[in-house]
Design a binder for this molecule. Structure first.
Ligand SMILES: [Mg+2]
Length: 123
């Protein structure tokens, strides 16, 4: 937690990350390239790079990826997600917590615990 907004109000990590991403972008005058479409494509492409870490691996090999590369690809995916959320004024904490609440309603513990069935097939 940092305190840098001049109001002695804690600034969350999500806001700190978003500010750093926007500063990096703006220093390079890259906002002109950050259309919604291209941010979404970038996220998807980086998700593909993440998947590549697991391609053709099985069992323990798949469960033990190179952590440096895993961290880099996760950072790429998260960065594009944060930039896209920021572009549309979406609060990352709010949308993720809302989605968890929505999923909790779809997957009640009493039906979903230890069960990987899709919500519409839960009994
Ligand atoms: Mg990457």
């Amino acid at each position: 937690m940092i305190m840098d907004n001049g109001k002695n109000k804690p600034v969350g990590d999500i806001e700190e990350i978003t500010k750093a991403l926007l500063a990096f972008r703006d220093e390079r005058d890259w906002e002109q390239f950050h259309t919604s479409k291209d941010l979404a494509l970038g996220l998807s492409i980086e998700a593909g790079e993440l998947n590549e870490l697991f391609l053709w691996k099985q069992g323990q090999e798949a469960e033990n990826p190179n952590l440096d590369r895993l961290g880099e690809e996760l950072a790429d995916v998260i960065s594009y997600a944060f930039l896209l959320a920021s572009k549309h004024g979406l609060d990352v904490k709010e949308i993720v917590l809302n989605k968890i609440a929505s999923n909790a309603r779809k997957y009640p513990v009493e039906k979903a615990k230890g069960n990987a069935t899709k919500y519409f097939d839960l009994k």
